[in-house]
Design a protein around this ligand. Structure first.
Ligand SMILES: O=C1O[C@H](COP(=O)(O)O)[C@@H](O)[C@H](O)[C@H]1O
Length: 232
């Protein structure tokens, strides 16, 4: 598996930020899927600052999410709400470039609406870049161990957090795997054991969606910091 180890989490997110700039210089819409949770907050804060806030051609970038929690966008649990507060409120991006899951809506109806928006906006449903995180149980997006159907041919699915039972909408493994590029951004010591299991091909890792989901025809890479990779 292709991995890059950065000295610090800040260096990892700077690399991603530079690549946002590069993608934004293409004279076409680029569809990027963001991850939620705590890890990418540093990325969003970095993008909201100089030079990225003004040098990125934001009108060319379209943002989606790998998963969303079924909560109001103002709820601290909202993956969209986090990006709005840390990034979108500080840059000049057209509203139509933000393709959020409406977490405040009824889940079945929202699932259908979200799938239709992907079909309408993303050519061949192939995202240019899917940035994913990984939980300490090996989940990615809201695809959890022992409850993920890797063969589900839909674009999105309803998931339930195994402990909190919080409802979520997640891209399916099949949709993610159609992406041209997948980057797992994993930082911090709390992820070191699981990163070691994945890269050592430990049998336990076979149930981890993050270990199994890879781009079928594109590149899959892992951006790690020293802390997450300290047991490798
Ligand atoms: O629940 C989620 O968890 C994963 C990992 O989150 P983190 O807090 O450990 O960074 C995240 O990638 C996913 O989008 C999120 O909804």
């Amino acid at each position: 598996m292709n991995k890059t180890i950065f000295d610090t989490a800040q260096q990892a997110v700077e690399k991603i930020a530079q690549e946002f700039k590069m993608y934004s210089e293409q004279a076409q819409p680029v569809h990027i899927s963001l991850s939620g949770g705590s890890t990418p907050k540093l990325l969003f804060k970095t993008l909201a600052q100089s030079p990225y806030n003004t040098e990125i051609n934001w009108k060319n970038l379209h943002f989606w999410w790998g998963d969303e929690r079924m909560v109001e966008p103002t709820d601290p649990e909202s993956n969209y709400g986090e990006v709005q507060a840390l990034l979108f409120d500080h840059i000049d991006i057209p509203a139509e470039n933000i393709h959020r899951v409406l977490g405040e809506k009824e889940v079945q109806g929202e699932l259908i609406r979200f799938e239709q928006e992907i079909t309408d906006c993303v050519p061949n449903q192939e995202f240019d870049w899917v940035i994913l995180g990984m939980g300490i149980d090996g989940h990615t997006a809201s695809l959890f161990p022992n409850q993920t159907d890797f063969d589900d041919e839909r674009l999105a699915t309803i998931a339930e957090h195994p402990e909190t039972k919080q409802l979520r909408i997640s891209k399916t493994a099949q949709l993610i795997e159609k992406a041209k590029r997948i980057t797992y951004l994993v930082t911090g010591q709390s992820k070191a054991v699981i990163i070691n299991q994945i890269f050592a091909n430990d049998p336990k890792a076979q149930s981890y969606p993050a270990a199994r989901i890879k781009a079928s025809n594109g590149n899959t890479e892992w951006y790690l910091d020293k802390e997450a990779s300290e047991l490798l």
